[in-house]
Ligand binder design. Structure first.
Ligand code: MLC
Ligand code: AMP
Length: 518
């Protein structure tokens, strides 16, 4: 049987001319396809030399770099399981992930080696390497002594390729297990659906520790043998400067909002572009319309999740196999992708008709294997007939377009990052003088949505909002820290005693917009 290792498929798509440029970085470096092949072979051989058990996790928290991308590819190549971690995570968060996933290898930034290695060795990790974004670190020092010849490990479609941690509405984060088959089937289908073509060049600006930047963008380019223009960090002016050399761009809505704020964004600068893709958070219709007016391009919005990779997409062109519609409709996330079965369910478990709003459920070869060591949680999130409950609320219109109207999960999506209020409230409630708290999301022009914390002090205690935020900054990834904090006498509750978050959201949306508290 053919090797189902995702890397094998990516490697087969490398162009014949291995000396042509695969990646061009913002610091002026050029990596050829041969460089990618040799370096991933050397890193894979380094991992093999460690004699890790099959299925070992390789946990990685490093700044974005081409070498970090190579480490991901090398992990696939050697047949181990990649576990990327957001660079913003602090020690308590890292301690949880490492304790839960029990990685055999941890790779961290040199500046974090002290505290990360302490956590890792305590959790039983055998080996901690460092990798910096300037091509230094013990990982590369060791890999350079390894052979650049490596036979790609044989893996089946169901074998694990990656674990992505996604926070839970209650309790701790869950590791979504994705198989080689989940990712390869999605990537192959998107290559066709989004019309990847010879000569495409991807502008890569997203972080490489989430589905969007690591899987959708990277797999898309590599599977097409396409060059990437690689920015270490999103910088709107740099994007505009390099846009004439690119044909495909992928971003979360905040990136489009920030690009629209640049006077230099116009039709000329975008003239070479074939496709702008947005996702990970709702794209406002104003952004969608303004983008058409300024660039002449219609953004293609799609919808996905860590647990499922890509689920729906607006059309690239009309395809009669799925729909005759070629229009990209703002405010919608398009059609279920080929192979994805999507339905909208009502509260009583019945499938709803077009136009009716309910819970979005999905099934397909892209849907994950389950949550790492959480069989109970996995069971809870699937229906008896095998559909995954996304936690998103939406509807399908008579033409088949899917619109997301809300979420049943208590989740804030800020600049494309997920923030779970329950997690933040848990931290706030441990602070001195705090009786209880609620965190809600309110609209924000830049990040789409941001968190606001409402804190009830214990009787007689005095609590300073600024101190709460400062304390949170020392405990949590910075993007999770609410942008504002208010001290309140009590939280509104319904007759069941449940905090009424909708009313808090309405109230503090108004407060944030006007600065006036009722
Ligand atoms: C940064 N900050 C954020 C934030 N990013 N706050 C809330 N939400 C965010 N997303 C904080 C910083 O910590 C800092 O706080 C302050 O805001 C200003 O930072 P900045 O310099 O403006 O931030 P920047 O570094 O420019 O980052 C913004 C960003 C980044 C939009 C470029 O957030 C980003 O890359 N987002 C993309 C996330 C992503 O890839 N999502 C895909 C998930 S996959 P302070 O107080 O420290 O100064 C997925 C599935 C799917 O969802 O469908 O794709
Ligand atoms: P994550 O767990 O980080 O993968 O985030 C997945 C969630 O992001 C989904 O469940 C949706 O709530 C949200 N999401 C992704 N794409 C879109 C989109 N185009 N519009 C609205 N929400 C989106």
């Amino acid at each position: 049987m053919k090797n189902q290792n995702l890397f094998a498929a990516l490697r087969r798509a490398f162009p014949t001319d291995l000396d042509s440029v695969a990646i061009e970085t913002d610091s002026g470096l050029h990596y050829s396809w041969r460089d990618l092949d040799r370096a991933t072979a050397m890193m894979a051989n380094l991992l093999l030399s460690l004699k890790l058990a099959p299925g070992s996790r390789i946990a990685v928290q490093v700044e974005k770099s081409v070498e970090a991308l190579m480490l991901y590819l090398a992990t696939l190549r050697a047949g181990y399981v990649f576990l990327p971690l957001n660079t913003a995570y602090q020690s308590a968060e890292i301690e949880y992930f490492i304790g839960n996933a029990e990685p055999a290898v941890v790779v961290c930034a040199p500046k974090n080696f002290g505290w990360v290695s302490k956590i890792a060795f305590k959790a039983g990790t055998g080996c901690v390497f460092t990798l910096s974004d300037d091509r230094t670190g013990s990982l590369l020092e060791r890999a350079v002594h390894c052979s650049d010849q490596h036979a790609i490990a044989t893996r089946g479609a169901d074998d694990l390729a990656a674990i992505l941690y996604t926070s839970g509405t209650t309790g701790r984060s869950k590791g979504a297990m994705l198989s080689h088959g989940n990712m390869l089937s999605n990537a192959l289908m998107l290559k066709d659906y989004w019309g990847w073509t010879a000569g495409d060049v991807l502008m890569h600006v997203l972080p490489i520790f989430h589905v969007h930047g690591l899987f959708v963008a990277v797999h898309g380019a590599l599977l097409n043998g396409s060059k990437m223009i690689w920015l270490a960090k999103f910088d709107p002016q740099q994007v505009l400067q390099k846009l004439p050399g690119a044909t495909v761009f992928m971003g979360v809505p905040t990136l489009y909002v920030r690009l629209l704020a640049e006077p230099g964004l116009n039709r000329e600068v975008a003239a070479n572009m074939r496709l702008f893709i947005a996702g990970s958070a709702p794209l406002l219709i104003e952004t969608f319309n303004e983008w058409v007016a300024r660039t002449g391009h219609t953004i293609l919005e799609r919808y996905g999740m860590s647990e499922t990779v890509m689920l729906t997409s607006n059309p690239y062109v009309a395809d009669a196999r799925y729909s005759n519609q070629s229009e990209r409709r703002g405010g919608t996330v398009g059609f279920p992708l080929p192979g994805v079965s999507l339905r909208v369910q009502g509260e009583d478990g019945q499938t709803l008709a077009a136009g009716e709003v309910g819970g979005i459920q999905v099934k397909g070869p892209n849907v994950f294997v389950g949550y790492w060591q959480m069989p109970e949680k996995t069971r809870e999130e699937f229906t008896d007939d095998g559909y995954f409950k996304t936690g998103d609320v939406g509807r399908t219109d008579p033409d088949g377009y899917v619109t997301i109207v809300g979420r049943s999960k208590d989740l804030i999506i800020s600049g494309g990052y997920n923030v779970y209020p329950a997690e933040i409230e848990g931290y706030i409630n441990t602070l001195l003088g705090v009786a209880e708290s609620a965190v809600v999301g309110v609209p924000d022009t830049d990040f789409g949505e941001v968190g606001v914390a409402l804190v009830v002090p214990k009787p007689g205690a005095s609590v300073e909002p600024a101190n709460i935020l400062l304390k949170l900054k020392t405990m949590l990834a910075n993007f999770k820290v609410p942008k504002r904090c208010f001290v309140v006498a009590e939280l509104p509750r319904n007759t069941m005693g449940k905090v009424q978050k909708n009313s808090l959201r309405d109230e503090y949306q108004h407060v944030m917009a006007t600065g006036v508290r009722p």
